[in-house]
Design a protein around this ligand. Structure first.
Ligand SMILES: [Zn+2]
Length: 142
């Protein structure tokens, strides 16, 4: 794929793609020149979302297993079955904390919206005149 690309430093067609720095299911892809060792480009396979400390792919795997009621041991079993090394239990712990925080925020937002809609539905309109009298209905009138 990179055979026809030239190194920006030495201008030779010796670029090589390597996998480095594995964080769970996410790798860093490095494009380097095998002639002059110039590091042309480094890209993470899975981006970290803003404010998160784990790659998005690890968060999604954790969420998928959480949604089917499974935890870290199930992730390990699936990874063993497909011959992929799982992320660490520490990474899993970070992912579950982020998910719980996100679910909490989503729940609060949803409940605030429901509260606002219920308030809107039960507000008595102020421009409707109140009944002026209840003639004949008061039990104390003689
Ligand atoms: Zn080079």
């Amino acid at each position: 794929m990179f055979m026809k690309l030239k190194c920006p430093d030495c201008n030779k067609q010796t670029l090589k793609l390597t996998l480095e720095n594995k964080v769970g299911f996410s790798y860093v892809l490095n494009l380097t020149c095998s002639f002059c060792s110039e590091k042309v480009c480094a890209v993470e396979m899975s981006n970290e979302r803003e404010g998160n400390t784990v790659p998005d792919i690890n968060l999604r795997v954790t969420q998928a297993f959480f949604n089917i009621g499974k935890g870290y041991s199930a992730i390990e079993k699936i990874c063993m079955a497909v011959n992929v090394s799982p992320f660490s239990s520490r990474t899993y712990s970070k992912c579950t904390k982020l998910l719980h925080k996100a679910y909490g925020t989503a729940t609060e937002t949803l409940l605030r919206e429901v509260h606002r809609e219920v308030q809107k539905a039960y507000v008595v309109p102020t421009d409707v005149p109140a009944p002026s009298s209840y003639e004949g209905t008061t039990p104390h009138s003689l």
